[in-house]
Design a protein around this ligand. Structure first.
Ligand SMILES: Nc1ncnc2c1ncn2[C@@H]1O[C@H](COP(=O)(O)OP(=O)(O)OP(=O)(O)O)[C@@H](O)[C@H]1O
Length: 660
């Protein structure tokens, strides 16, 4: 793969990979990082956007400025639909992060039920954006020396955009797109350019039988190659933080009974049977938190997305018809078109969510609190644990290393101010999933506490090796090591998918490492439960790792995790996911436009690795591999023992300690 420098046998990236690390807070200080787009203030107004084959119209000026800045007219013309997809996503992410006021490159969660856009690409693009607001904020200029993740930008003012082509949804007020991870979105103004901080991501599931996977630790490892140097630390080495955004959700929630009894399965996997999931609000299978929005659920045909597709087809047909200048028929076609228009003038939500069988209404804070009380332990955690030092700050709270006062294990404690969480249901989901689903490749949940109805503690195993992002940003793993990491992640995903759980935020930031080379997935806040054969449509995840079907707001299933895993494979090769240096808007456009990203080092990789990536990065999810196929892939059979990762994990820790 390249010619990295070696230090004690560890291949250190010459450039520290990503220049922008989502989690790198240092980037937040950059003036350009702030987004100047204002927040939405009057909610709910629609914008009609048009595209005449040359340019978009109808967008608020700030959005127009941003669009022109990030996506050239030529690119807009090449694929106006991709532009619309990007604008919709951007708008939605703004909305998602409205509290932060700035866009962040983090995980996002957008309710699909807020989609209302319709667009035709012929001159009459009609886009209905709801709730956007547009206001013009301050403007900054924007220098964009770095793509900001967030947003952007600098444009002068901004207002809501609305895209054009395909359909958009709501557009929040201003724009910043989303960027990959970062850290606390709510706590601080988000970031900017893409950066990487810590891993994060997720997936779905399916039902496959469980496979055994061996953790192959043990084999001796070759001493790392020591390369000279380590370049100045780029921004991305994340600092402590993290990223994810949270999201909450509303609706469907599952209840897990307390006092669960667990059943162990092969591989140490455990499922707490008593936590049988009970659908409370709806029949959708979302797991708690994130799921909320009521948009899910049903993967059935009443989905608005399907209706939109239909509308779009009609529009396209109409458009074609218009292009035919056959006189006589033209009037007839026009009449037909008019008729069609009459028949579908207003896009009505397929169905009010409440009518879909199970109301997927959002849980109230008190309901979440009540449920939370059922699953947390009683007592004061300070009697049992002594917090030592802070590991990092995430979107929802701060993670500390803590020591049991009885001399027991060192643990990691995530403390969150419950009352101020914007998406409280996500916290519930995270705890429920961690409680119920135990697997050697999932970060182990120990217990939780809720102090004074606000100070929520989640106690879990401490993974001293930090997250995979730091390793991929600073070092270059070889194929055997990459295979080992992917194998462990696949085992976790196979387990989740086998239980109908989709992670939905798989990325290196969400992979934690033990000093023994253990590889574990974390950040279950975006998990959702999907019954076999069904699909979801909520846009969740982190843009750079998101599958085309999510970005395009199509229905999706557990295969989204496979796509993200493939992107994570590219991260391990290149040190960053594709398009990380692009502004979020452009990145989303590129994913929508290009589909499968280029494997830049294809010629330097083994045929097995290339094939593995090719099986993950298939645009059509139906044709994309599943965990079972990938666990049996020849590339995975080349996995090195996990202790081959140890020198790299140690080298990165040393670099971090030295402030590099
Ligand atoms: N069990 C753990 N062991 C070691 N480090 C951890 C553990 N859990 C989290 N961390 C680290 O703590 C930091 C914050 O993690 P956190 O999960 O809060 O981040 P986040 O994903 O951005 O936030 P959130 O989940 O609230 O959106 C990250 O650097 C993460 O790698």
């Amino acid at each position: 793969m390249s010619t990295p420098k070696e230090k004690k046998g560890v291949r250190i990236r010459n450039l520290f990979g990503r220049i922008f690390s989502p989690s790198d807070k240092s980037s937040d200080t950059s003036p350009s990082s702030s987004i100047d787009i204002s927040q939405p203030y009057n909610t709910v107004h629609r914008i009609h956007v048009g595209y005449d084959g040359q340019k978009f119209s109808g967008l608020p000026q700030p959005w127009m400025d941003m669009l022109l800045r990030d996506i050239s007219l030529a690119d807009q013309k090449k694929n106006p639909s991709a532009v619309v997809t990007a604008l919709k996503f951007y708008a939605a992410s703004l909305k998602e992060h409205e509290q932060a006021k700035f866009m962040t490159p983090k995980s996002v969660y957008m309710a699909s039920d807020e989609d209302d856009v319709d667009i035709t690409l012929d001159g009459q693009v009609t886009e209905h954006l709801r709730s956007l607001d547009v206001k013009s904020p301050s403007s900054s200029n924007g220098s964009r020396s770095i793509p900001t993740s967030s947003t952007n930008q600098s444009l002068s003012e901004r207002e809501p955009p609305s895209p054009a082509p395909p359909q958009l949804n709501e557009v929040p007020s201003v724009p910043p797109p989303v960027a990959p991870r970062s850290s606390n979105a709510h706590k601080q103004p988000p970031p900017l350019p893409p950066q990487r901080s810590e891993p994060v991501l997720q997936k779905i599931c399916s039902n496959e039988s469980e496979m055994n996977a061996n953790l192959g630790h043990s084999a001796p490892v070759k001493p790392p190659r020591i390369p000279p140097r380590i370049p100045p630390k780029p921004a991305h080495l994340k600092q402590a933080s993290s990223s994810s955004t949270s999201t909450s959700s509303s609706s469907p929630s599952l209840l897990f009974a307390s006092t669960p009894a667990s059943t162990s399965t092969s591989d140490g996997q455990t499922v707490n049977n008593n936590m049988a999931i009970k659908t409370i609000h709806s029949d959708q299978n979302s797991i708690g938190h994130s799921l909320s929005n009521g948009s899910f659920g049903s993967s059935t045909s009443d989905d608005p997305i399907e209706q939109r597709s239909s509308n779009k087809e009609n529009h396209e047909k109409t458009h074609q018809n218009n292009n035919n200048n056959n006189n006589g028929t033209q009037q007839r076609l026009q009449n037909q078109q008019n008729q069609r228009d009459e028949n579908e003038p207003v896009r009505v939500r397929s169905q009010p969510r409440e009518q879909k069988g199970a109301p997927s209404r959002k849980m109230t804070d008190n309901e979440v609190l009540d449920e939370l009380r059922l699953i947390v332990n009683c007592g004061n955690p300070l009697d049992k644990y002594e917090t030592k030092r802070q590991i990092g700050v995430g979107a929802s709270g701060t993670v500390f290393v803590a020591q049991r006062r009885d001399g027991g294990d060192v643990v990691a404690v995530k403390r969150m101010a419950f009352k101020s969480q914007p998406k409280k249901e996500m916290l519930l989901t995270e705890i429920k999933v961690m409680q119920q689903y135990k697997h050697p490749n999932l970060v182990n949940y120990i217990e939780s506490y809720l102090v004074d109805a606000d100070d929520l503690w989640v106690v879990m195993d401490y993974l001293e090796g930090g997250n995979l992002t730091d390793v991929v940003v600073k070092t270059e793993l070889d194929e055997g090591q990459i295979s080992a990491v992917l194998k462990e992640c696949l085992k976790a995903l196979h387990f989740l998918h086998s239980h109908s759980i989709v992670h939905r935020d798989i990325k290196s930031d969400n992979v934690l490492l033990g000093m023994d080379g253990a590889v574990k997935l974390t950040d279950m806040g975006f998990c959702a439960q999907i019954q076999p054969g069904s699909k979801r449509d909520t846009v969740v995840g982190t843009p750079y790792w998101m599958s085309p079907e999510i970005l395009n707001k199509k229905k999706y299933n557990y295969k989204v995790d496979i796509w993200s895993l493939g992107i994570m494979g590219l991260e391990m090769i290149d040190g960053e996911p594709p398009y990380l240096h692009e502004t979020p808007l452009k990145a989303i456009y590129l994913i929508a436009q290009n589909g499968k990203p280029e494997i830049k080092k294809r010629n330097e990789l083994s045929p097995e690795f290339v094939h593995f990536l090719d099986r993950c990065l298939v645009v059509d999810p139906e044709c994309r591999a599943d965990t079972k196929e990938l666990l049996n892939h020849p590339f995975i059979s080349r996995a090195k023992p996990l202790n081959a990762l140890i020198p790299y994990i140690k080298a990165v820790k040393e670099l971090k300690e030295k402030g590099k």
